[in-house]
Design a binder for this molecule. Structure first.
Ligand code: NAD
Length: 296
């Protein structure tokens, strides 16, 4: 089966980015959310992003129109009965995702691959609630989808070789690099980046260096485009803490214990770019504006 029509469930930050990327590669997309508000917001983001590309002469007006015409929006999940593949990208909530996978399993044709963009949840557990565990897979896109050309292709315990091969072919078609990963908390990307961020926060807490110097050390020393503390501010310190707690719980290993300073900042409501303050300060549009905030 050639994949041409793809359903994207959840039109939030990631779902809208995935829908846009697929449309740019000439897939027909059915983008679904539970609220009209979310759908409208997603289409505004996508149109704005296409407008920016137009301004930079990366696309023509006709191409922009064609890309937007590839995306059809709806609140009606039953329209997914006619797609060739589904990428689920609703909130990171196991019960919600399980319920959606059960519905998709009943709606979609037996050959259809059901993929999840989950960052931390178990594909094996999502698959267990369906009649097609061999066709359940993780496609973990990174934010922002348009810029980051990596997708982790995650195998659940019963994902078949054929499903992995078809998913890899799909990822190739959208010109991203697909790496194959076995199911494990945080896979590769989340596990490694969170561990680095957490250790950077501990290094700051112990007074080894200032936030600015820790970030400069990693930027210049290891050619990072952003230091780990600014990265954490951009991810949102609450999201970093929640994901760190999940890794700690799943592995039961003290090396994943969230830094007390991370907890302190989250308790204080200093969540990074979204609140204007984290390890550094930011404008409303996310630009760094002043000296870092040291631990108090
Ligand atoms: P988000 O909160 O921006 O979007 C989630 C969307 O799902 C919302 O618009 C919500 O209305 C919708 N939704 C909830 N229940 C629904 C239902 N029953 N039917 C249809 N739509 C429903 O979240 P996000 O940041 O886009 O994250 C989505 C998924 O992607 C999560 O699993 C997350 O772990 C994963 N992810 C996030 C990032 C990131 O940086 N934000 C990166 C990689 C993966």
């Amino acid at each position: 089966m050639v994949i041409q029509k793809v359903g994207v469930v959840g039109a939030g930050t990631m779902g809208s980015g995935i829908a846009e990327t697929l449309a740019e590669h000439e897939f027909d997309v059915i983008l679904i959310d539970k609220t009209t508000k979310a759908i409208n917001r997603a289409m505004q983001w996508i149109e704005k992003s296409q407008e920016k590309k137009l301004e930079k002469w990366a696309i023509t007006e006709a191409e922009k129109k064609m890309i937007l015409a590839h995306i059809h929006t709806t609140l009606d999940l039953s329209l997914l009965a006619e797609v060739d593949m589904v990428i689920e990208s609703v909130d990171e909530d196991l019960e919600l995702k399980k319920e959606i996978f059960k519905k998709l399993d009943l709606l979609c044709g037996p050959e259809v691959i059901l993929a999840s963009n989950t960052s931390t949840l178990s594909l094996t557990e999502l698959a267990a609630g369906t009649l097609r565990p061999e066709r359940i897979i993780g496609l973990h896109f990174l934010h922002p989808v348009a810029k980051i050309n990596l997708v982790e292709i995650i195998r659940g315990l019963r994902t078949s070789d054929e499903t992995v091969a078809r998913a890899k072919e799909f990822v190739d078609r959208i010109q991203k690099v697909g790496i194959q990963v076995y199911e494990s908390p945080g896979y590769v990307t989340t596990r490694l980046i969170l561990t680095l961020i957490n250790e950077a926060v501990n290094t700051l807490m112990e007074g080894v260096a200032s936030a600015e110097e820790i970030d400069v050390a990693m930027k210049i020393g290891y050619d990072f485009s952003r230091g780990p503390l600014e990265m954490a501010d951009r991810f949102g310190l609450d999201s970093v803490l929640a994901a760190m707690e999940r890794l700690f719980r799943e592995f039961g290993d003290p090396k994943f214990r969230p830094s007390p300073l991370l907890r302190k900042l989250v308790r204080a409501g200093q969540l990074g770019v979204k609140t204007g303050e984290g390890f550094f300060r930011y404008t409303e549009t996310g630009e760094r504006i002043s000296k870092p905030l040291e631990e108090g």
